[in-house]
Design a protein around this ligand. Structure first.
Ligand code: RET
Length: 219
C-alpha cells in the first residue's frame, strides 16, 4: 500500500489539470489510509476479541475503519469518471456507509444467528450499490467520450468482481463462524483483495492521462 501511495504521488507530481488532480488526490488518500490501517493492524492496534457463545473470535476492526473511508473514495473516483450528479453520488456513498456499518455490527454480534442476519443486511446493501453502479452510473458514463466510457466499464467490472468477494471471504472465514477458512487464509485473501481493489484500481485509473483529460463534469 505504501509503495502504491509513493507510485501515485510520483506520477501525480507533474499534473496541472484540475480535473485530473482530483483523481490523484482521491486515489492517494485511498492507499494512504490503507497503509496506515495495515501498519496499525501489524503492530497490534485495531484488533480485539469477540465472544460468540464460548468461542473467542479475533476481530480486526481496523479493517472496517479503513473500508469506511476508502470505499466511499473509490466510489467517488468512479462517479467522477462517469460524470454522475450529486444525488447519484450521495446514494452510492450512503449505501456504502450503510454496508460497512452493518458489516461492523455483524463482526461484533455475539450469536451466530445475528451475525449472519447482519451479514445478509450488509450484503443486501452491496447488491443495491452494485445495481446503481450497473444502472444509473453506467448510463451516465455513456454520455462521456468513448475512451472514458471504456475506462469506466473496465473499472466498474473490476469493482463488481472484487467487491462481491468480500462478503464471500467474510462468511467463509472466521467471522462467519462456519470455520471453513482459517484466520491465516482469510487474512491473506483480504490482503490480496485490498491490494487489487485499491492499488490495482488506481493503476488502471491513473495509467492514461489522455483519457482522464477527456472527462467532463455533469451539467
Ligand atoms: C463485509 C461483511 C458483511 C457483508 C459485506 C461486506 C462487504 C465489504 C466490502 C468491502 C470492500 C472493501 C474494499 C476495500 C478496499 O479497497 C463488511 C465484509 C457485504 C464490499 C473495496
Amino acid at each position: 500500500m505504501t509503495l502504491g501511495t509513493l507510485y501515485f504521488v510520483g506520477r501525480g507530481r507533474g499534473v496541472r489539470d484540475r480535473k485530473m488532480q482530483e483523481f490523484y488526490i482521491i486515489t492517494i488518500f485511498i492507499t494512504t489510509i490503507a497503509a496506515a490501517m495495515y501498519f496499525a493492524m501489524a503492530t497490534g492496534f485495531g484488533v480485539t476479541e469477540v465472544m460468540v457463545g464460548d468461542e473467542a473470535l479475533t476481530i480486526y476492526w481496523a479493517r472496517y475503519a479503513d473500508w469506511l473511508f476508502t470505499t466511499p473514495l473509490l466510489l467517488l473516483d468512479l462517479s467522477l469518471l462517469a460524470g454522475a450528479n450529486r444525488n447519484t453520488i450521495a446514494t452510492l456513498i450512503g449505501l456504502d456507509v450503510f454496508m460497512i456499518g452493518t458489516g461492523l455490527i455483524a463482526a461484533f454480534a455475539s450469536t451466530p444467528g445475528t451475525r449472519i442476519a447482519w451479514w445478509a443486511i450488509s450484503t443486501g446493501a452491496l447488491l443495491a450499490l452494485l445495481y446503481v453502479l450497473v444502472g444509473t452510473l453506467s448510463e451516465n458514463a455513456r454520455s462521456q467520450s468513448p475512451e472514458v466510457a471504456s475506462l469506466f466499464g473496465r473499472l466498474r467490472n473490476l469493482v463488481i468482481v472484487l467487491w462481491f468477494l468480500y462478503p464471500v471471504v467474510w462468511i467463509l472465514g472466521t467471522e462467519g463462524t462456519f470455520g471453513i477458512l482459517p484466520l491465516y487464509w482469510e487474512t491473506a485473501a483480504f490482503m490480496v483483495l485490498d491490494l487489487s481493489a485499491k492499488v490495482g484500481f488506481g493503476v488502471v485509473l491513473l495509467r492514461s492521462r489522455s483519457v482522464l483529460e477527456r472527462v467532463t463534469t455533469p451539467t
